[in-house]
Design a protein around this ligand. Structure first.
Ligand code: ADP
Ligand code: MG
Length: 857
């Protein structure tokens, strides 16, 4: 709406206009006015609607207000709707008759929030900047709450998008003119598709292109990190992603209204150093979220035994970037082994870990000017828990656990200072008073004793005045507007002495003061002010002492998070009987009695409530990229009726590999894995209904991606590929895909292919490194029983009718289906129809018309 501006703009509104002019149109300005944040003019209508609050008008000017004390909730509500909020505060103590100074103190955006009420404790909150230039995709991501800062460049955009899906950015920064530049890039089409899907549901912010300048970026990144070069981080100063990193620094500085103070480290993400999982694979394997889009039911949740929020976040980061480095994998595995072997110590450590607070994020806030006494209490409580943790860790001498323990610093003097300085119970704001402990500072103690004396004096004064006037219910009271006063009820007004000066008339009482009380009032108020001033000074000094240890605290927090994750894995390994997988550079993949980590846990949870439900049935796997013999093929083709357990089986193998390469133990009896460089997992279109109408196209796109990118080191999991189209099309595609994955004279990716196309089992005759497997079922009285066992050899029948019966199809339909099936099977020409067609297709002959089959009916 076009706001009718009042003709004469008041000085306050002039202030508002000046600040508003600096902000982007889509930002909502909240303007501090006494106890309220007011939203004016063009922002008011939008704000009122987004927040569901009343829109009012004053002198024709639209406005809406929210009480200051409840502002957190409202800001949160705006952020959740993807709206950016600019906060303008009063930056001096208001004085009557004078316009109070105000300034923009912070712009809160979905990717730059810091307050603990606005962020998810268990997850990182990344801000991501992207630019596509010189035939490469450049990216940088930053979590302002923890200081995590990463750069990456890759000639193949899809490699980085694999990482983005995992880091799940809250906000994406792109150059303003990106779309026109990007259109000319040879990768534009592919990039745009990935980019569009990444942006779905996320806040995207465009900033001028020059903020992505590489040289300026490198400079501002170094300044912010406080270093003269980036070599210490192993990053070249002309790393081409420094433009994107610079854009992040710029954007953070703009929104924080100051340089971010908690950035100390920059690291590089490289797709060459990481087991890559593309977005489709992450979704299909339900790594971070279940198919129902919840954390529960995901691999992340099944692997999370951490007891602290930083631990949960570290687990997520590790799962985003599984290792290719055996040394690191072994280090983590060996730590888990220590915790598996020492359950008593692990439990004790976990108990201590529960007492620590989120130091990374507390530091992030303290360093970025969000300070309240309780955060300091968090540091104090954490430091108090450290000696016990370090002490317990001494019980693991000469192990990789001890090496982590060495990264936990000793903060004895700081801990002692905070214990002495901070009160046991801390207020939410420094202005509330009571942050600093008695006995810590002489000056403060002295001021406080004056205040305490005054309280004593007031009590005595009240008694004395009661005696002097004979008014028994005379009271000394205080309020913010009138200060201290003597209150006398109307019935006693006649007894009031001459030296009382009337201050205020109430309905039932009169309020007075005297010269003595006035004098004392001045002393008391100034003492309180002095006391708060003194506390604030001491508070800031304590913060300074803490921040002097910021790097050591950060390192300690990182070590604690690692210990938390690894103890959690140890506990899981014990509880679920996991084994330590053997990782090496071979081309093997052997799993002895492997299980699906998530389904197994779900089954047990169900079993607790449901007698008769089954436990998870383990299965073996053996594959190698060279497919040396029939017992270790390169491709395992798995047939079996619907519901037999094919999908579960092939997914469990991918999950076990992924777990192993993050350094965790795995649900198996024993396991050997030659390092995997990428995992690809695809599901046939009709199994993935949730994803819109062109699912077959998507399926084929994704399959193309596999065929183009899989290496002999990759693991490929294909589930019912080809299902999304007509039988013959689908079958032919599946056939050709398998042939492609099975190069004639070369190694191929270790592959598992689940299918209900029986015809594909014929491939074993021509493809030397392909073996048939099936998930066994037993027949009993014309019914089938799922035994969930993967056995060698193709399934003999599909048992579709029996499965349909299990699903509750009416008996009449089942009987009719049986008759039709019998007729089909009796008819020789139809029995071998598909096989004949496939042979013809291979020999290049024309295929029959589809009517052949229809004619049967
Ligand atoms: P398919 O892909 O062959 O149709 P699924 O893999 O979807 O079958 O499995 C069907 C159901 O069987 C799953 O929901 C799962 O609960 C159960 N299941 C699968 N494998 C096992 C197993 N090894 N042990 C126990 N239950 C299993
Ligand atoms: Mg399936």
């Amino acid at each position: 709406m076009s706001a009718e501006k009042p003709k004469k703009v008041t000085p306050m509104m002039q202030q508002w206009h000046e600040i508003r002019a600096q902000l982007a149109d889509d930002t909502l300005l909240m303007f501090r006015l006494g106890d309220f944040y007011e939203i004016f003019l063009q922002d008011a209508e939008r704000g009122a609607q987004l927040l569901g609050i009343t829109l009012t008008h004053r002198h024709g000017m639209p406005m809406a207000g929210i009480p200051f004390h409840a502002s957190e909730t409202y800001i949160q509500k705006l952020l959740d709707q993807g709206v950016k909020v600019a906060i303008v505060d009063q930056v001096e103590t208001p004085q009557p008759g004078k316009l109070v100074k105000r300034a923009l103190t912070r712009i809160i955006t979905p990717g730059t929030r810091l307050a603990d009420t606005q962020i998810d404790a268990q997850r990182n909150h990344f801000l991501l900047a992207l630019s596509l230039e010189k035939q490469q995709l450049h990216a940088a991501w930053l979590d302002l709450t923890t200081g995590e800062f990463v750069v990456a460049s890759d000639a193949r955009p899809e490699n980085l998008f694999a990482a983005f899906e995992g880091i799940d950015p809250r906000e994406i920064i792109v150059p303003e003119n990106a779309s026109s530049n990007w259109r000319n890039n040879p990768d534009a089409a592919k990039f745009n598709e990935l980019f569009t899907s990444l942006c779905d549901g996320r806040a995207v912010t465009k900033i001028p292109d020059y903020h992505f300048d590489e040289v300026a970026g490198a400079q501002s990144v170094m300044e912010t990190l406080g270093v003269l070069n980036l070599e210490g981080f192993g990053i070249d100063r002309d790393h081409s992603a420094l433009g994107a990193a610079g854009a992040l620094v710029h954007y953070s500085t703009e929104t924080l209204c100051a340089k971010p103070e908690n950035l100390r480290k920059l690291s590089e993400y490289s797709s060459k150093k990481t087991l890559l999982l593309d977005p489709a694979t992450l979704r299909n394997l339900e790594i971070f979220k279940s198919a129902a889009n919840t954390r529960h039911g995901s691999l992340l949740s099944a692997m999370d035994g951490s007891v602290t929020a930083p631990g949960a976040r570290l687990l997520e980061r590790w799962l985003c970037a599984p290792e290719l480095n055996l040394i690191e994998v072994h280090r983590r595995q060996d730590c888990v082994a220590e915790f598996v072997a020492g359950p008593g110590l692990s439990t004790e450590l976990q108990k201590h870990l529960k007492g620590i607070r989120d130091i990374e994020r507390i530091l992030g806030r303290l360093q970025n000017r969000m300070r309240n006494p309780r955060e300091l209490g968090g540091v104090r409580d954490t430091l108090a828990a450290l000696p016990a943790i370090s002490g317990t860790l001494l019980e693991f001498p000469d192990t990789p656990v001890a090496a982590i323990a060495e990264r936990i610093h000793d903060f004895e003097p700081l801990s002692e200072l905070l214990n002495r300085g901070l009160a046991d119970e801390l207020p939410g704001k420094i202005d509330d008073g009571g942050t600093i402990r008695d006995g810590f500072d002489e000056e403060l103690d002295h001021i406080r004793s004056l205040t305490r004396d005054s309280q004593q004096w007031l009590t005595e004064f009240e008694l004395a005045e009661q005696a002097r006037t004979g008014i028994k219910n005379l009271r000394i009271r205080f309020n913010g507007a009138f200060g201290y006063f003597i209150e006398v009820t109307k019935s006693n007004v006649a007894l009031v002495p001459d030296d009382y000066v009337r201050k205020q008339t109430m309905k039932n009482a009169e309020r007075y003061t005297t010269s003595v009380l006035k004098e004392r009032e001045r002393e008391i108020l100034s003492a309180e002010e002095k006391s708060l001033g003194c506390e604030e000074k001491l508070f800031n000094a304590l913060i300074k002492s803490i921040l002097e240890h910021a790097n050591a605290l950060k390192e300690t927090a990182e070590a604690l998070a690692e210990i938390d994750v690894l103890i959690g894995w140890g506990a899981l390994a014990r509880e679920w009987d996991y084994c330590k997988p053997q990782l090496d550079h071979s081309d093997q993949l052997r799993i002895d009695q492997g299980r699906h980590p998530v389904v197994e846990q779900m089954l047990r949870a169900e079993r607790l409530g449901l007698a008769g439900a089954h436990a998870f049935v383990p299965n073996d796997t053996s594959l190698s990229s060279s497919g040396v013999d029939a017992d270790t093929p390169q491709i395992a083709l798995i047939t079996g009726p619907n519901m037999a357990g094919k999908s579960t089986y092939i997914r469990q193998i991918a999950l076990i590999v992924l777990m192993a390469q993050t350094g965790a133990w795995v649900p198996a009896k024993s396991c050997q894995i030659g390092l995997v460089d990428r995992i690809f997992s695809r599901v046939g279109a009709s199994d993935e209904l949730a994803r819109g109408n062109s699912t077959f196209m998507v399926e084929m796109n994704e399959t193309a991606n596999i065929l183009n990118n899989a290496t002999p080191r990759s693991l490929v999991i294909l589930d019912e590929i080809g299902r999304g189209t007509s039988t013959y099309d689908g079958l032919s595609i599946a056939w050709a895909v398998i042939e492609h994955l099975h190069p004639k004279d070369d190694d191929g990716p270790r592959t598992l292919f689940a299918t209900h196309y029986h015809e594909l089992t014929q491939l074993a005759k021509t493809q030397a490194r392909l073996e048939n497997y099936s998930v066994a079922v037993k027949e009993w009285n014309d019914e089938i029983i799922f035994v969930r066992q993967v056995i060698k050899g193709a399934a003999d029948r599909s048992y579709g009718i029996q499965v349909a019966r299990l699903a509750g199809l009416p008996t009449t339909v089942i009987d009719r289906a049986k008759t039709i099936l019998e007729r089909l099977e009796a008819d020789d020409s139809s029995h071998n129809l598909l096989r004949k067609r496939m042979k013809k297709a291979q020999s290049g002959a024309n295929t029959d018309r589809e009517d052949d089959q229809l004619a049967l009916f």
